[in-house]
Design a protein around this ligand. Structure first.
Ligand code: FAD
Length: 650
């Protein structure tokens, strides 16, 4: 049946044939993880006769468009397990491994790498429920209007952590050939957009601020004192009332101390107990429109708005309003301190064109060299992965995709005396089992109690406490970026928008890959949405956001993309109907690993933190994943892998 579009839909271009239409449900038939029938004959020994989708030479998930990230087909089996459905008859495969790793994200891949470092001849199987490896470190590869291929991070943006990388995480990067400092210096062109006069803008929407207006030239809000000229230029161009403008000017350029009688420690203590919203609204007495302007500024870092993040964390994050307090430099619970004065980027920083998918790909290169030939962190960027090589029987390390693990149980005795662990997984609608001498669960902590119901109750309860934070990174291919060039913005925050920020692809020149510096050429935009429910506690906001994400169709995402880009960039000549050539919505209902938030959660000694309790070794099973490191960062995922390998070797 032909779809009937409204006039408004046609104006936006919803009826236009772009690539996402081929993959509306997030996966083409050829790669559908849950596609019934595919691979059934591959079970129990007949695998070579009818290959699984990933074994076919044309299998290439990075190019898929539509709903990606946690794509349809990836999570249904896990949700059914959570809801009490028992998997059907399990077919035992005659496969035994020294180690089975559940989860092919950075943590699972690193665990396999650290294991091979200790046991070079080990036979390892890595299982993941997605049709691609990398977990959050996802690669989007987009064929542009002119036939060129551009890369974007579908998840993990860059090497960047609020704390320096540990010797283990740093050592792994070095072993993979990644020198973030040297790469950043050689490959990143931070000045490319600035030299054209482009900067950050704020889109004031009529629903929140009374008028649609994009204002370019938002000054740097860090502790560095912005120039008065820049501040005045920006504030005078906003549609804010005279009172709100005066308040914003006061926030950015004057430095009162609301608590002159308190010591720095006492001020910090007070700031740690109120949200940034309450601090600027109730203590600094900012106009509601100023509060609304900043509401979403923290979403990128913590997947929550300023109502759910402490003022102290926002001081650490470089938000304005603290200079007059003269706080003593020093780390907060979530941020370390840099000489610049605030804490983003306390580690080295480097953005590969596909984000940290390049780290995942370098790990796969090290584990299954035939799949990703080459030798450097430069050539990995453009090397095409041969997925058909990932799960060959004679590989020492096998990586099996679209395989959702449903059980990991000790066999041959209780956890202390067992001889091995049996791991069940669902693939192509059927259940299989494999055996491993040891198992590392590098999947989400929330699913582990369902895989190992015999875990101690306290450990399961601790795992359930770790509520992941949902977010969406969307890659949009556009014919050119002349509208952004005219409007003088390379990135935009839209505090009242469905998408609360977007930016032009950062310019990185690495190996044979070059950034786009000519505005008439096609490029990629990255849009971010963090579904929150202000007013609730952070975890409840996250639960509500996850439910929202899973209930949102691709069509809704697409319409919101077209509407918002049209509204914001239309005055620069952007037409969403003709200028958008491709869309990849990377949906992450299980996104950031949760950090301790003292606005709602009590401070606890290290050994009582849920992540510490959750990560205890259980017989032949160890737990990795960033969840049990209590931080949503790549280095945490690597550190947890290293610890899990150590746990099993102890
Ligand atoms: C949108 C986004 C942006 C980010 N940006 C940054 C950044 O710029 N810098 C940074 O340092 N960190 C960033 N992070 C955090 C970082 O990506 C993570 O900390 C890290 O990649 C997590 O790796 P992981 O292996 O622990 O988990 P994951 O990447 O989640 O991998 C776990 C894998 O296990 C799979 N799995 C789960 N259950 C099962 C099962 N039952 N059977 C089989 N497989 C299963 C999952 O689907 C997943 O593929 C970002 C995260 C997100 C979501």
């Amino acid at each position: 049946m032909t779809r009937r579009w409204t006039k408004e839909d046609r104006r936006l271009g919803m009826d236009r044939p772009i690539q996402r239409r081929d993959f509306l449900n997030g996966a083409a038939l050829a790669v559908g993880g849950a596609t019934a029938g595919l691979g059934l004959a591959g079970a129990a020994g007949a695998a070579e006769a009818t290959p699984w989708p990933q074994d076919r030479p044309d299998y290439y998930p990075p190019r898929l468009q539509g709903l990606r990230g946690s794509h349809p087909g990836a999570f249904e089996a896990a949700h059914a397990l959570r809801d009490g459905t028992k998997p059907g008859r399990v077919t035992p495969l005659k496969e035994t491994y020294d180690l089975i790793v559940v989860g092919a994200g950075i943590s699972g891949l690193s665990a396999a790498w650290f294991w091979r470092e200790r046991h070079p001849d080990a036979k390892i199987l890595i299982l993941d429920n997605h049709d691609d490896f990398g977990g959050h470190a996802k690669r989007n590869e987009v064929v542009m209007a002119d036939g060129s291929v551009r890369l974007m991070n579908g998840g993990t943006l860059m090497i960047d952590s609020p704390f320096p990388y540990s010797p283990q995480a740093d050592g792994l990067l070095k072993a993979l050939g990644i020198d973030p400092v040297a790469l950043s210096k050689r490959c990143e062109d931070h000045a490319a957009y600035r030299q054209r006069g482009l900067g950050q803008g704020i889109f004031f929407d009529r629903e929140t601020f009374g008028e649609d207006r994009l204002v370019a030239g938002l000054p740097d809000l860090g502790e560095d004192l912005p120039s008065m000229e820049a501040v005045d230029g920006f504030i005078d161009a906003t549609p804010l009332s005279a009172t709100a403008r005066a308040d914003l000017r006061r926030l950015l350029t004057t430095f009162p101390d609301p608590w002159p009688d308190l010591t720095s420690d006492a001020k910090k203590d007070r700031l740690s107990r109120i949200s940034y919203r309450d601090y600027i609204r109730d203590v600094l007495k900012m106009d509601p429109a100023v509060v609304a302007m900043f509401q979403t500024f923290t979403q990128g870092e913590w997947a929550a708005g300023i109502d759910a993040v402490s003022a102290l964390d926002c001081w650490g994050f470089g938000m304005p309003g603290f200079r007059g307090l003269n706080l003593a430099p020093g780390p907060t619970s979530r941020m370390s301190f840099t000489p610049r004065g605030y804490c983003v980027g306390a580690s080295y920083r480097f953005h590969f064109p596909d984000g940290n998918a390049s780290i995942a790909r370098l790990l796969v290169r090290a584990l299954v060299p035939a799949a990703l030939p080459g030798s450097t962190a430069d050539d990995i960027v453009t090397t095409r992965c041969d997925y058909s090589r990932l799960d060959r029987p004679d590989n020492p390390v096998r990586l099996r995709l679209s395989a959702t693990v449903t059980a990991a149980r000790h066999r041959g005795g209780d956890p202390d005396t067992a001889t091995h662990v049996e791991v069940d997984y669902i693939r192509g609608g059927r259940s299989f089992s494999v055996a491993g001498a040891k198992v590392i669960l590098a999947c989400y902590n929330m699913i582990i109690p369902y895989l190992c119901p015999e875990l101690p109750e306290a450990q399961k309860a601790a795992m359930h406490e770790l509520v992941k934070e949902p977010l969406v990174y969307t890659t949009v291919a556009i014919r050119n970026w002349t509208a952004l060039d005219r409007l003088k913005v390379s990135s935009v925050r839209a505090p009242g928008g469905y998408w609360t920020s977007f930016n032009l692809d950062p310019v990185v020149n690495i190996g044979s890959y070059s950034g786009v510096t000519d505005p008439t050429r096609p490029t990629l935009l990255r849009l971010t949405r963090t579904p929150c429910a202000p007013g609730l506690s952070e975890h409840d906001q996250n639960r509500a956001g996850r439910a929202e994400l899973l209930a949102t169709s691709f069509e809704i995402f697409e319409r919101e993309i077209r509407r918002e880009l049209g509204r914001i960039l239309g005055p620069g000549g952007f037409d969403p109907a003709t200028d958008i050539t491709g869309i990849v919505v990377n949906r992450w209902p299980h996104g950031y690993a949760p950090e301790r938030n003292f606005l709602w959660e009590p401070e606890l000694p290290e050994d009582q933190l849920p992540q510490t309790v959750a990560r205890k070794r259980f017989g032949r099973i160890a737990i990795a994943n960033s969840d049990c490191g209590g931080g949503a960062y790549t280095d945490v995922a690597i550190d947890m892998a290293h610890r899990a390998v150590g746990d099993l070797s102890a």
